[in-house]
Design a protein around this ligand. Sequence first.
Ligand SMILES: [Zn+2]
Length: 136
Amino acid sequence: MYQVSRGIYRELAPQIVTGRDGHEAVLRSSESAVERLATDRHYFAAPARSLFREIRIHFPIQDQARVWAVVRDYMAAAERALAELTTCGRDAFGNTLQCRATTRRGTSCRRLPSNANGYCPAHQHLGVTEELSAAA
Ligand SMILES: [Zn+2]
């Protein structure tokens, strides 16, 4: 996964206009966005847009479109790679995935999530409820 953040940084580094601090900030923002994508995807809305908003101040106005295109493409590739890993029951760091639901006894559900919404088959209705409230 760190290849993704390094890739974003490497593509964009020549256009950074805010000096050494800018380079550090762009690399750090890319790393934390990718890490969050890998570990906290369900609570991370619009990852590409939020990374772009964070780093765009380090680039001149005429490069903004290219910066956005790079961020969008790399984050999309990372999401696809993560979706594939998710089907193996592990996140990008090799941790076992667990259903996001809390049981009636207040403990977290230990079943394997069955698809991209992060819930096991018994808790799919929670995913649907979330989608509806997000759409509303
Ligand atoms: Zn469950």
